[in-house]
Design a protein around this ligand. Sequence first.
Ligand SMILES: Nc1nc2c(c(=O)[nH]1)N[C@H]1C(S)=C(S)[C@@H](COP(=O)(O)O)O[C@H]1N2
Ligand SMILES: [Mo]
Length: 514
Amino acid sequence: MRVSRGWWWLSGVVVGAIGLAVSYLVAGVLGVRSSPVVAVAESIRDLAPTGLVEWAKETFGTADKAVPVIGIFVFLVIAFGALGRLARTQWWGAIAGYAALGVIAAVAVMTRPDFITRHLAPVVVGFLAWLVALAVLAAWLRKWELADGSSPSADEPPGQDRRGFFLAAGAVGGVSLLAVVLGKVFGDKRDAVERDRETLRVDRVTKPVLPRGTKVDVEGVRPWQTPVEDFYLIDTTILSRPAIRLRDWELRIHGMVERELVINYADLVSRGITQDWITLNCVSNEVGGDLIGNAWWSGFRLAGILAEAGPEVGADAVLQTSEDGWNCATPLAALTDDRNAMLAVYMNGEPLTVEHGFPVRTIVPGLYGYVSACKWVVDMEVTTFDAVEAYWTSRGWSEEGPVKISSRIDVPNDGDDVPAGTLVCAGTAWKQHTGIEGVEVSLDGGAWTAAELARVPNADTWVQWRAEIDVPEGDHKLRVRAIGKDDDVQTGVERDVLPDGSTGWHSIEFSASA
Ligand SMILES: Nc1nc2c(c(=O)[nH]1)N[C@H]1C(S)=C(S)[C@@H](COP(=O)(O)O)O[C@H]1N2
Ligand SMILES: [Mo]
């Protein structure tokens, strides 16, 4: 039997896998978030033009992040296989190929905004693992070729060498599996962070008590308080979120301040607590969309903390930076005025989950998340808007991000079939930090009629509404609009989410039958 090119191809893939597995193990042990695949995936996404990123979000929703990852893996399997085949005839060419992949990974890691030298370790060790694995497998394949005559001067029985090759391949594969398992067991900083979370007790945090009257009693309306597991998730990390131990967390406040501050977790939670119901939403929320949620947040007021630092005259922005390097610039005024802008540590009475920013994130009532709600926040630079650009503003999104008034129909659903007669419809409306004065619905383009509003504890949350309308048999279209406490009437002009949030009326179609 000839040693087919297929075996060389397969060896290349196995070699590639062991390199990746070893680099993953090293990343896990060292607590490096931006392991090679993560760094390359995030770099691709960061370099992609805004239009393409928005298209991916629209097409794939929150699964958009899987796209670069799947692309990378498909590319790697093909590249590894090709390098394996190349190794048969051009040994140094194959080495150069693995080196090129290593360089791509290294550049991606080094250009991540949170790069420190240590982050290169997974790339370097992974590359060395490639070299060793390739040398081992190639040696066996060569012996095999010699033995079965596909190479001249055969002098060993073929069976043994083939067995030797399989043993070597199995060993290499086994080692990479073991690396992944060991990485999970010992290296996963994430487990340690989970334990920090589970044992965390912050004094004076209270469980949420649903305020009276916030619910309209209509089945099918999304709950007024959003459970953590249903709360939308938006951030730029791919595959791996920052894992920060409580003892490692520090927030540095610097820039245009009289006194630079460095606050650790114990300092933070020794302050007076603030707790409130606040609705958070994403600027990418389409009309009628669900990138919005309402929770009971517990934390520490930023107004007080920033006052300790003493912002200098002329400063108008705070550049907030996350542990993963993402950043946003927030109006200084929104962090220091009487609203409850806070460094939040609990959400719905439980420690923040890692996904939502553990151990500390910012929450600012009335601003979209992309300019304010920094998760895993570790740095605040008091500065001016003129002097800085942030992650999303450098990609065409607006510098200021006050939430726009909006409203949504939850009941009936688009496409529902309902009995003709009196129809109970319901939904939510919001204009955080201003409040909602009224909600109106219109059937088939007719007059706007007022809906009833449920109660709210403050102006920073959404409000549920309910209306009864008469629907004759046939097909219908229902629209909703909200009116703010500042008399701002929600516009029917439809605008895209880019650059500063969608506008337009949410409408649904349904039919009524006898
Ligand atoms: N570190 C970090 N914080 C971030 C983001 C991010 O990409 N990275 N995205 C922001 C955006 S766009 C929104 S809408 C909110 C979403 O917060 P959530 O995922 O807890 O719902 O987080 C904000 N904070
Ligand atoms: Mo967002």
